[in-house]
Design a protein around this ligand. Structure first.
Ligand code: C2O
Ligand code: CU
Ligand code: CU
Length: 505
């Protein structure tokens, strides 16, 4: 069997090897010069609560036009608008329903990233919505307050659908979060930030071609859909809900004057105590909530810095994965008089570590568009899990490429990274974790009560081109003694351009 390195050597010799040709030209690190504009705040989605107690939202995926670059109109896709989507918001314990309509010219899906949700409503590649069709997933929010998000998950096309603009936030609240004195006025001192990279063609259209081994790397940052975003700050402390909504770019976020901030939440909710940091790294799909203190009259820029230690990638490889780039993400301009807010309470929520004794063990090796040497097959179930079971997963990046790892339905806890306990800001609930080359991450999770003998959940690399090319697998969660029921006939993997030279597997 050929190793990837052998194949890469072969590729280097092939003049038409697209990946190789492009990766020798790292993207320009400087953001395009553009005038600053006020940060758009995705509106809170309207909802109604019927006599059945169900909170109902409506999302319509549609085509539109957006001025991502000032003065240039690009064709984009959005939910209820031209780009991105409204922020959905619900409380723990509430039953929610989202009426989804697809007004796009092709099929898509809406996945609820980070949500514990029955598999048939998960919005993965088995829940496609045809053009003109509607569907209404409905579930009960059973998890802690968190900043989750939603995005399409059509197998083979997720990167393209997200690049066109389909993504939004889903904020969950609970009694614990409500009781804490944290900045919580949406759009005022509690700011959603969907941070993404894009590349544009000379006419200002979104360039969707893969220019790197981590997919489509952009040379321009859009924050909540625009370049050059600026926020007028009116309070002495501001909470930023950060989402890396990029396809393959990793961010290392901090402030231009190096001021510290408090990390208060990871993917799946609040941390036990705030963690003071000056930089926080987010790989695609990851979220963090931070609280930053502001000084009246001062301007500071939220910036993405080169990735610490090149993200574990060889120095000579760092530039082609975009790891050495630096970008402005958001300018914060504090007014001359600020409303006082204390900022961050000393403790947030109780820790909830899972015991690992008796856990089911599984391991996942990440390498070259594959997990455990296999590419995604819509009609193959990679494993079956049992409701209520605790599992310990060992995820190893056997590659020299950066990858991350995401699991549906569950929030996990990182037990160790290369044998060491995770840093405090990664010790809370997570659903996506960065796995540097050569690194082994062990995590623990427990399946909720959602059993389904037919519809699987996904696990995958959240670098969207990797996922599209097959770096994904599926599992069923079954009730005790329940048997898997064959899936209704599944479309096989959409045709994917083979990687040049990738015939030997
Ligand atoms: Cu954010 Cu399976 O995805
Ligand atoms: Cu997900
Ligand atoms: Cu990957």
């Amino acid at each position: 069997m050929l190793t990837r390195r052998t194949l890469l050597k072969g590729l280097a010799a092939a003049p038409l090897g697209m990946t190789v040709a492009c990766s020798s030209e790292p993207p320009a690190a400087s953001p395009r010069v553009t005038r600053s504009r006020p940060l758009p705040i995705p509106p809170l989605a309207a909802s109604t609560v019927g006599s059945d107690g169900v909170r109902r939202f409506t999302l319509r995926a549609r085509v539109g036009t957006t001025e991502m670059l000032a003065g240039k109109h690009a064709s984009t896709w959005g939910f209820n608008g031209a780009i991105l989507g409204p922020t959905l918001r619900a409380r723990r314990g509430e039953r929610v329903a989202v009426s989804l309509t697809n007004d796009l010219p092709e099929a898509t899906s809406v996945h609820w990233h980070g949500m514990s949700i029955p598999a048939r409503f998960d919005g993965g590649p088995h829940q496609m919505i045809a053009p003109g069709a509607s569907t209404e997933p409905q579930w009960t929010v059973e998890q802690q307050a968190a900043t989750l998000w939603y995005h399409p998950h059509p197998h083979g096309s997720t990167q393209r659908h997200v690049l066109r603009g389909l993504a939004g936030l889903f904020i969950l609240d609970d009694a614990d979060s409500a009781a804490l004195d944290l900045p919580n006025s949406y759009g005022v001192d509690d700011i959603p930030l969907i941070i993404q990279d894009r590349r544009f063609t000379p006419t200002g259209a979104v360039d969707e071609t893969d220019n790197s081994d981590v997919g489509c790397l952009g040379d321009t940052i859009i924050t909540n859909g625009i370049t050059g975003a600026r926020l007028m700050v009116t309070t002495s402390a501001v909470r930023l809900r950060l989402l890396n909504g990029s396809s393959g770019r990793i961010f290392n976020l901090g402030f231009s004057d190096n001021r510290p901030f408090d990390v208060i939440a990871s993917d799946g909710g609040l941390l036990p105590v705030p963690v003071r940091m000056r930089r926080i790294q987010l790989s695609p799909g990851e979220r963090a909530e931070i609280v930053v203190r502001n000084v009246a009259g001062e301007t500071v820029t939220l910036t993405s810095y080169p990735i610490a230690e090149n993200g574990g990638v060889k120095v000579s490889d760092a530039a082609r994965f975009g790891l050495t780039d630096r970008f402005d993400v958001l300018t914060l301009e504090a007014q001359h008089a600020l409303t006082h807010h204390a900022g961050t309470p000393a403790s947030l929520v109780g820790a909830d570590q899972l015991a690992t004794a008796g856990a089911v063990e599984r391991s996942f090796d990440l390498q070259w568009f594959m997990i455990n040497h296999r590419r995604m097959d819509m009609s193959r179930i990679d494993f079956e899990a049992r409701v209520g079971a605790t599992e310990v997963w060992t995820v190893t990046n056997k590659d020299n490429w950066p990858h991350n790892f995401h699991v549906h339905d569950a929030q996990f806890h990182i037990i160790e990274i290369d044998g060491r306990r995770p840093p405090a800001h990664l010790a809370g609930r997570k659903d996506t974790v960065y796995v540097p080359p050569g690194t082994r991450v062990r995590l623990v999770l427990r399946w909720s009560g959602h059993a389904d003998p037919t519809f699987p959940y996904m696990f995958h690399c959240h670098m969207l081109m990797h996922e599209d090319r097959g770096m994904m697998g599926q599992f069923l969660v079954l009730a005790p003694r329940q048997r898997a029921k064959p899936m209704p006939s599944m479309p096989s993997m959409p045709s994917m351009p083979p990687r040049p030279g990738a015939h030997a597997q």
